[in-house]
Design a binder for this molecule. Structure first.
Ligand SMILES: Nc1ncnc2c1ncn2[C@@H]1O[C@H](COP(=O)(O)OP(=O)(O)O)[C@@H](O)[C@H]1O
Ligand SMILES: [Mg+2]
Length: 223
């Protein structure tokens, strides 16, 4: 059982999308997944209404900082993976969710090389180490990476973040129409049809590699 939170100090970087992509991969592998919608805009709840979810996937809506820990613990009891989708502005709820996480993921857009944005989230996470009295693992990763510059991957990105001492995932989430389509069609990329969007196979391959890098990080333990 693993709790994964998606955190960033900015909106629109791909937290919700990455959360759904991860959930889709874990569910496709036969694991039970709870997605917690802890964003007041309730993007996951809206997504879940578009199309019936597979039996491996469940949504829980969380309302506030006061309830988020209980929501996470309730979800953890019945799932192999709990993925917490948070809002983009700093709130107490983000801190509480981080304190209960086994891994915190920080999406960043590569178009704005933004180690500073990540540094804000890292600061919050490390503050929560003291609250939780353990070293909560975290990784930054690039989301919405244009496919054309895909080659500029692991080593470049790692070098940039090494300078800022921020650990990164070795896989980026590519900008794909298939990922955008999830929020108009619903479901996961395993349920989309090739006639729905272009580049579906590439998106599936990317999603698989991305999820595998998250699994490897969870297995590896401490940040
Ligand atoms: N990998 C991706 N490929 C294509 N579009 C993406 C990708 N990640 C995010 N987007 C799009 O970017 C916008 C913001 O993404 P979202 O996941 O809602 O960000 P956040 O949850 O951080 O606010 C949405 O319109 C979404 O469809
Ligand atoms: Mg979101």
């Amino acid at each position: 059982m693993a709790v994964i939170s998606l955190v960033s100090s900015k909106g629109g970087v791909g937290k919700t999308t990455s959360g759904v992509v991860l959930a889709g991969e874990f569910a496709a592998a036969g694991r039970n997944v709870v997605l917690i919608d802890a964003d007041p805009n309730r993007p996951l709840e809206a997504w879940s209404r578009l199309r019936p979810l597979s039996s491996q996937l469940r949504i829980m809506v969380d309302d506030s900082a006061e309830t988020v820990i209980d929501t996470i613990e309730e979800a953890r009891a019945g799932a192999d993976f709990v993925i917490v989708d948070l809002e983009g502005t700093a709130t107490d709820r983000i801190g509480f969710a981080v304190a209960r996480s086994d891994l915190v993921l920080i999406p960043l857009q590569q178009s704005v090389l933004d180690a500073n944005e990540a540094a804000k989230s890292v600061k919050l996470i490390r503050q929560m180490w003291k609250v939780a009295n353990r070293e909560i693992p975290y990784r930054a990763f690039y989301s919405r990476v244009p496919p054309a510059i895909r080659e500029r991957t692991a080593r470049d990105i790692e070098r940039q973040f090494n300078d800022a001492s921020i650990p990164t995932l070795p896989v980026s989430l590519i900008d794909r129409a298939a990922y955008r389509a999830l929020f108009s069609i619903g479901g996961t990329i395993h349920e989309l049809e090739t006639s729905d969007v272009s580049g579906l196979e590439s998106a599936r391959e990317n999603a698989r590699e991305f999820a595998q890098s998250v699994i490897n990080t969870l297995r590896g333990g401490v940040a």
